[in-house]
Design a protein around this ligand. Sequence first.
Ligand code: 13P
Ligand code: 13P
Ligand code: MG
Ligand code: MG
Length: 376
Amino acid sequence: MAITISVIKADIGSIGGHICPSERLLDAVRAHVAGKGAKLLIDHRISYTGDDVAILMTHRRGTGDAEVHRLAWDAFLAGTAVAKQQGLYGAGQDLLKDAFSGNVRGMGPAVAEMEFDERPNEPFLFFAADKTDPGAFNLPLYLAFADPMNTPGLMLAPAMAKGFRFAVMDVNHTQGDRLIELDAPEGLYEIAALLRDTERYVVESIRSRAAGEIAAVASTSRLHNIAGKYTGKDDPVLLVRVQSSFPATGEVLAPYALGAYVAGGMRGSHNMPLMPVAQDSGISYFDGPPVVSCAAFAMHEGRLTEPVDAFAHPFWNRVRDQVAAKAIEMRRQGFFGAAMLPMSELEYTGIMEKLKMLDGRFRVRVEKAGKVAETV
Ligand code: 13P
Ligand code: 13P
Ligand code: MG
Ligand code: MG
């Protein structure tokens, strides 16, 4: 019988601004899921990345199950109550609706779910990123699933020879899910043309073309499209099945050595390099840099092993140093040029009001017969 992995993640309050949740908040979430989820779930793990708490669950109820979603929503409400008692910053930040209506999608939390028939061995990776948005996964997923420079398995492994099908979502379309499916390798240029625009087009899922099997699912919500105003970045989650007919774990992890610049950091309004970090770490420099954690699991009949913290390995210390250097270099130019996101992506209304006010003070200069005059 098919197994479903669901990860639901939310920022419900943090210590010292947007750094990380408190122990008591985490205890409240853990207690709720362990108690109320005992019958519903096969297994679960609670972790955090930056100020976001993730509930990873396995069960047999399929994707979008109302009871599983309610469990996560109520666990976040329990955590929010503690956040309020402790005076944490942004208590309940990502719970954007007052009443639960059957599915947390579109209510603030990030969701990624996949249902599949378990393989005799079932290794998978759970990524969580903070201070960035779902577009941060575009390049790592493209490299892992479509580029033999990164993934030799595309050349070497017969089970991967047919390539992968990318489902890409237009996250600017708020009236419903607007999706396109594109096949790699034939559609590489089309895929690249969309994925370069990380604020509009994001990878929703990837399937193996040989088996038709689900390989990866990312969260695709945009908080500012839900709330109509800035309420924090859409810090995303991602599930990736690995090995056999999917890329190997190392092929999926390798792109994070790049420390690519992504949207996020301070006030969700900058370009900063993405730093791979251990699970359960907070953020620091310039409300960032944007961070990504990865827990590797094996699973049998929905039961999870302990997580292996993929970016805790010493290899990533060097990468973190390089990312820190890139972050400092970019910050030297402050608000200028590429350091800050374009106008359409700025997460605050303050600058729009300033520009509107200044607009009225502009005058058009007209030149007449060598003389300079001004008109209103
Ligand atoms: P699998 O083909 O079993 O997924 O292993 C690939 C591999 O050799 C990892 O580097
Ligand atoms: P979060 O979305 O992680 O809460 O960050 C908000 C922010 O603006 C940090 O500067
Ligand atoms: Mg926050
Ligand atoms: Mg966050």
